[in-house]
Write a new protein. Structure first.
Length: 411
């Protein structure tokens, strides 16, 4: 570990690695530290769905930020999609990337009406087409009768998350970034014109600090290198399963067009074909409290069988989990607090967004941004008494599940 670095980046996931790559390309010395392996968390353990800011763009932004503010925020989020495509191409990252589009099936007819209202706006901010698919034609997009039509958005893709994390790390290291595994950062204290960084391996100095810890901002022991940020992040476990290889032709029937799929439930399901087109990868919020992938897998399997009954007897071969992070305003953020930069809060859609936030905060740190970034400097809300421990998630999750059931019964 160096005695001094120009920029210390805490967190070796997509945001931290992307920031390191950009800063190195701008000529700044960078050290990335992670308590586990580089890319260990949800950056390598997610569903590999590249959403391009569709979740942000479909939110109720206008009521808070006005029509023009909503358009700026949605546009800033949507720009994450072309950026990750450019990054993969520029760095020649072999990660099974495909621009496949996404189908968003409607849980109820009311949800379908909501998709219809947003379709034109999504097409405008992403710059790519959207297409409404009524229930009578939904087999053109999904081999299931479980939904009430939906929306196809071309501004989405899929990749192998582990390969992408490794490729981004390789690119950052090749550019000259120093990547350090297994060093837990305990704090960053202002000292002189920089910071004294405390770690499990001793202390060192940095001129500037970026916290890119997202769903791991609060440690399992309750500690945090940046308590201010921990109080504003809601870590949520995302759980994913993979089926055994399926019989030839079945994937084509279940996933016409091989798009990724994410439904409109509050407690949503998201699923896709595996990169080799032989398995189903299925993800969701199997639990709102701490649990293991082994315990979550049967829950996800049962939900998968509701949507695709022909998979009811299909065996599972893999299950995994990683922490994502939500914010209380459901927006991603970059900014500075007491001199420490941060990039976090991707709302469970961080493959493109975290990469983009890392790049944008790096430009900010280097003074190289040539325009304002709409997700920079927004107030990051919290609630009184919250310390980063989401004890309320089982209650909120249970309420959301109940509302999903009530919506379906009323449909």
């Amino acid at each position: 570990m160096p005695a001094h670095t120009a920029v210390a980046i805490i967190g070796g996931g997509y945001a931290g690695l992307s920031a390191a790559l950009t800063l190195r390309r701008l000529g700044h010395e960078v050290t990335v530290l992670d308590a586990e392996r580089i890319g260990w968390g949800a950056s390598s353990r997610n569903g590999g769905m590249v959403s391009g800011g569709l979740k942000v763009a479909s939110g109720a932004l206008a009521s808070t930020y006005g029509p023009e503010g909503a358009r700026r925020i949605a546009g800033a989020a949507a720009a994450s999609f072309p950026f990750i495509e450019e990054t993969i191409a520029r760095e020649a990252i072999d990660c099974d990337y495909v621009r496949c589009g996404r189908f968003m099936p409607a849980w109820t007819p009311k949800h379908y009406a909501g998709l219809a209202e947003r379709a034109e706006f999504l097409a405008e901010v992403t710059g790519l087409p959207t297409l409404l698919v009524p229930r009578a034609r939904q087999h053109e997009a999904i081999g299931s009768d479980h939904y009430h039509g939906g929306l196809i958005a071309d501004g989405a893709g899929s990749l192998h998350p582990g390969k992408y994390a490794r490729g981004l790390a390789k690119a950052a290291e090749a550019a000259g970034a120093r990547l350090l595994d297994g060093i837990r950062v305990t704090g960053a204290v202002p000292e002189g014109d920089g910071f004294r960084i405390g770690t499990s391996a001793g202390t060192f100095r940095a001129d500037a600090v970026l916290m890119a810890t997202n769903g791991y901002t609060r440690g399992a022991d309750g500690g945090s290198a940046m308590p201010w940020l921990a109080k504003r992040m809601i870590p949520v476990g995302s759980y994913i399963i993979a089926t055994e290889p399926l019989e030839p032709g079945l994937i084509d029937r279940l996933f016409p067009g091989h798009r990724t799929i994410s439904d409109t439930k509050r407690v949503l399901n998201y699923f896709r074909p595996s990169p080799d087109g032989t398995r189903v990868l299925w993800g969701g919020r199997a639990s709102f409290g701490p649990t293991t992938p082994e315990a979550a897998a049967p829950v996800l399997h049962a939900t998968m069988a509701e949507v695709f009954p022909e998979l009811a007897q299909t065996r599972l071969t893999h299950a995994w989990t990683g922490n994502v992070a939500f914010t209380f305003d459901f927006l991603p953020h970059i900014g500075v607090e007491q001199g420490v930069h941060y990039a976090a809060g991707c709302q469970g859609s961080g493959v493109a967004m975290a990469t983009w936030l890392g790049h944008q905060v790096a430009l900010k740190m280097a003074g190289a941004g040539n325009s304002d970034f709409a997700l920079d400097g927004l107030k990051v809300p919290t609630v009184p008494g919250y310390s980063g421990d989401p004890w309320f998630l089982p209650l909120v999750g249970g309420w959301y599940r109940l509302r999903d059931r009530l919506d379906r019964l009323a449909a």
